[in-house]
Design a protein around this ligand. Sequence first.
Ligand SMILES: CSC[C@@H](O)[C@@H](O)C(=O)COP(=O)(O)O
Length: 345
Amino acid sequence: MRTITWNTEGRCLTYINQTRLPAELVTVETQSVSRLADGIRRLEVRGAPALGVAGGYGAALSCFSHKNEGTFQGFCHAVKSDAAFLRATRPTAVNLGWGIDRVLQNAMAEDTPAAAYEAALQEAQVIEAEDIALCHRIGAYGASLLPDTCTVLTHCNAGALACVEWGTALGVIRSAVEAGKNISVLSCETRPLNQGSRLTAYELHADGIPVKTIPDSAAAHLMRKGMIDAVVVGADRITPDAVFNKIGTYMHAVCAHHHSIPFYVAAPYSTLDNSRNEADVIIEERVRDELAVCGTRKLMPDGVETINPAFDATPLALITAIITDKGIIRQPYTELAGQDGRNRP
Ligand SMILES: CSC[C@@H](O)[C@@H](O)C(=O)COP(=O)(O)O
């Protein structure tokens, strides 16, 4: 089952509602840009590559909803306004804006709203198909880096659920297993929203790949005990000086460096962004309730504020290699500065 895809019969977008996992596997079907924006904000659909696909389909849905409105100029104006609204839902993951821009560029090259919608939908479907292929390429490159028998630590969810299928970091693990390697995984729970314990553990367990969940704070202890051979994580944005990924990634990189454990980042080329440096990237801040409440239970006294960043930046000096769909990039990472900047206000 694909994490996110186009439902041709229903002429709507369909995606797995990840907030309901692992308790139940349910999908959301929508034709509405504002419903999709709400779903992205709530992390129903999440993970950088899946957000790229969602952005692409969001732009196509916008073209569809405005296709009977006035002039082509008016249509373009309305679609661009939807695009800005969608892009603002999650500022750190570069793929969301990348997917929106790529689809809009195709749509705006047409001269009628109907043709623009067709072009937009077609391009979004190409992005979806490409994502599947590139995850397998990342997997094959990354699998070659892992020893025949090893325990891999991963953080957050960079799996099939963060992409269309297969995954980036978990794609590396899946490809290594497929190649006959004996891999077991330690999945950090990834507080506060538990993408690791809810999603990574769910995916790997379903595939029969040995996985144990650990508290985020246990990683350093287990590295010191020699229980972790490599770390593989995904990325939300890679600038010429840093890798942005789920909060907690930086602390694992520091610990891995201290213990001489290889630290790999797996991500598509579309996550590379040389249009800005670390200091210019907005780190998404999540709401207090995500830390302070669990269901109906209070986890903090009223009146205490939180600092709840969703991502952190890991300097490239701490990263052994970046595994992309075009090959493996290593120190001194000069290719990152050369990548065409594709971003985005
Ligand atoms: C292949 S997904 C890479 C990243 O997007 C992933 O590691 C991550 O940090 C996701 O954060 P999320 O807040 O769940 O969207």
